[in-house]
Write a new protein. Structure first.
Length: 225
């Protein structure tokens, strides 16, 4: 019964207006769920994502690289709370696609780790997360590579790039998706300190301003000029 009441209270939203107490309740319940999701999203990062979405109230939110949904969950939950917008979850959940651009020698650690992960299980867990918390109505899942999904995306208000971390795909994701972000829109780049991200960061800096740096400077929020 407690779990049922919890789920109901989290999604009683779709609010035209809300109070600070409503927001604090939302954040508390998201944090509670977040600890049970496998992935790489700290509570601090989740709160930053929530605050940006509450400020921007995006019509289109896009995340590249979803895994089991740890960082996607706070974002889509906030859209559900606001009662507006659509969140695109882009991830192939495919081992070959996860390792194809890594050099097996130079990037051995990354190659071995992703080659060992059961991505079908991760996808099933993500689907279960959406179903359990009634998020299907504000989510569009694109089980494709970011390049394959690009044709279906435009008019992005907030973009979160956290997909393939290889040098090739880090740069390609920015090259292809930055033009799809509206002027004044926002881009989160995760793991921005990785050497493989250097060219992607340089390209973002050509067209965007740095708004915020979190996670010990490893996650950067850019605003497109």
């Amino acid at each position: 019964m407690k779990k049922i009441l919890f789920v109901f209270s989290l999604w009683i939203g779709s609010l035209q207006s809300y109070t600070l107490d409503d927001v604090e309740n939302l954040k508390g319940q998201i944090t509670y769920v977040l600890y049970g999701i496998t992935g790489w999203c700290s509570e601090n990062k989740a709160m930053e994502f929530i605050d940006l979405i509450l400020e921007v109230k995006p019509e289109v939110y896009v995340e590249i690289g979803v895994y089991e949904g740890a960082s996607f969950f706070p974002a889509v939950s906030t859209l559900r709370f606001l009662g507006r917008g659509i969140a695109y979850a882009i991830d192939p959940w495919d081992t070959y696609e996860c390792i194809r651009y890594y050099d097996r020698v130079v990037d051995e650690k990354q190659w071995r780790w992703w080659a060992s992960i059961d991505l079908e299980k991760a996808f099933t867990s993500f689907q279960r997360l959406l179903s359990t918390y009634q998020l299907e109505g504000v989510t569009k899942v694109l089980r494709k590579t970011s390049m394959e999904a690009a044709a279906e995306i435009r008019g992005i208000d907030i973009l979160h790039i956290d997909g393939d971390h290889s040098e090739t795909m880090s740069l390609k994701d920015v090259q292809v998706y930055l033009p799809k972000v509206r002027s004044g829109g926002y881009i989160w780049l995760n793991d921005s300190l990785w050497r493989e991200r250097a060219e992607a960061v340089d390209l973002l800096l050509e067209y965007c301003d740095v708004v915020k740096v979190i996670e010990s400077a490893n996650c950067v929020l850019f605003k497109k000029r």
